[in-house]
Ligand binder design. Structure first.
Ligand SMILES: NC(=O)c1ccc[n+]([C@@H]2O[C@H](COP(=O)([O-])OP(=O)(O)OC[C@H]3O[C@@H](n4cnc5c(N)ncnc54)[C@H](O)[C@@H]3O)[C@@H](O)[C@H]2O)c1
Length: 395
């Protein structure tokens, strides 16, 4: 499920204030979130608990210009103290390892603070169900940063599929190969990202499917609107001694009868961040690749196969609003992130002004996060059972 928001600035007459949990020195994605939020100047960083060590939080906070009294020892303290200030943060951004998402998000929701959390939402679906219910009960906005759905070309593809341009979907092929874990990068002390991702206590029951398979699952669900009915998965651990999967092959059946095949891998030499999909319908096909996000290939029966280019070729209105600069000037990861944040923040500003957010722009929600966690659990269950078919409940 995607929530709608307006693409214009809200009527609250001020920038939003946000806090961040995680994203300290040497981390990866926190800095990307901060940069994306700066692109539209719609929210300012006002508080933080950037690390488990207060010394590191203080160092990061000073570099980022956060006032000293808004730097916190832990996220619990941050939720308590922020919610009792006259000028609290409007929302929190959670960019810590997977196992901490649930407690942290729950804490902020219980203190009435809106949440953005990175994927995978939680490490068990029961935790995710609880967060969805809590956000709904409290009337709080919950975004999950499935980054890649923020690209204009992805939005365009979703619209053309909705219009029926390629007919009814018969088959989907999705892949997400990387090579950064082709060797045991988690051994030794240098690579924190590899260490926690391959450790079940911080990553959850899966590494590869949880880390990048969830992006694939969300992307396909977003562009096609298909719901997974059942799947059959084989998870492999190719690097000796590694405790979790680093390669996964999944066959899928969707409600309505379409079929799919996903492959995600972190041991695929030569691939950096190769998220891509090909979707085949009764009238045509469409394909897209994350490493060339401005363009997609469209083949429709009776027409010449063509490459459609962001900025050069006119997109449908919803997708066109995400285009920031003219053709030939590449847009990428930061802009995709910023598009998600622009929607999230605009919807939040509207909500604060008593305006019902409109259907013009969108961001992935906690329900999308829950579906991702259910996908991970089904893949692990199937693989542990010897690659058996497993039914999947989605909301
Ligand atoms: N959307 C995307 O494209 C994308 C990309 C990368 C990572 N992610 C997700 O973002 C999350 C973080 O990944 P990363 O690669 O940036 O990890 P990282 O290891 O680079 O950074 C984690 C940060 O969290 C801090 N931290 C850990 N526990 C904490 C706690 N209890 N309180 C406060 N700070 C704490 C660490 O000190 C570090 O600064 C993960 O859930 C990951 O799956 C999403």
């Amino acid at each position: 499920m995607i929530q709608a928001g307006k693409s214009t600035a809200g009527a609250a007459g001020r920038r939003l204030r946000y806090g961040m949990v995680g994203g300290g020195e040497g981390s990866f994605i926190g800095a990307v979130h901060r940069a994306a939020l700066r692109l539209d100047n719609i929210a300012e960083l006002a508080a933080g608990c950037f690390s488990r060590s207060f010394e590191k939080t203080a160092a990061a906070g000073s570099l980022l210009g956060v006032e000293r009294d808004r730097l916190y020892e832990n996220s619990r303290q941050m939720a308590e103290r922020e919610s009792s200030r006259p000028d609290p943060i409007d929302f929190v951004v959670i960019v810590t390892p997977n196992s901490t998402h649930y407690e942290t998000a729950k804490n902020f929701l219980e203190h009435g603070i809106h949440v953005v959390c990175d994927k995978p939402l939680t490490i068990t679906s029961s935790e995710a169900v609880e967060l969805v219910a809590l956000a709904e009960e409290r009337g709080l906005q919950f975004g999950v940063t499935y980054t890649y759905s923020g690209y204009p070309a992805v939005r365009q593809i979703r619209e053309l599929i909705r219009r029926g341009d390629i007919g009814n979907i018969r088959f989907v092929s999705g892949e997400y190969p990387q090579d950064w874990l082709a060797e045991p990068a988690e051994r030794g002390s240098g690579n924190a990202q590899a260490q926690w991702r391959t450790d079940p206590s911080t990553s959850g029951i899966s590494n590869c499917v949880g880390d990048i398979g969830t992006h694939l699952e969300h992307m396909i669900s977003y562009v096609t609107g298909l719901t997974i009915r059942s799947l059959c998965a084989r998870l492999d651990t190719m690097v000796e001694g590694r405790r979790l999967d680093d390669n996964a092959s999944v066959m899928l059946e969707y409600a309505g009868g379409a079929k799919g095949l996903y492959w995600c891998s972190q041991i695929a030499w030569g691939h950096d961040n190769g998220l891509s999909f090909r979707i085949y319908g009764t009238k045509g096909s469409v394909s897209w690749s994350q490493e060339t996000p401005d363009r997609y290939e469209l083949a429709v029966t009776g027409e010449t196969k063509r490459t459609v280019i962001r900025g050069r070729d006119r997109f449908f209105p919803g997708a066109e609003t995400l285009v920031r600069i003219p053709a030939g000037h590449p847009e990428g990861y930061y802009e995709a992130f910023a598009n998600i944040y622009r929607s999230y923040c605009t919807a939040l500003l509207d909500r604060k002004s008593g305006i019902t957010p409109s259907a013009e722009c969108e961001y992935p929600t906690a329900v999308d996060g829950l579906n991702g966690v259910r996908f991970v659990e089904a893949c692990v269950e199937s693989s542990r059972g010897g690659a058996v078919w497993v039914e999947l409940g989605q909301r």
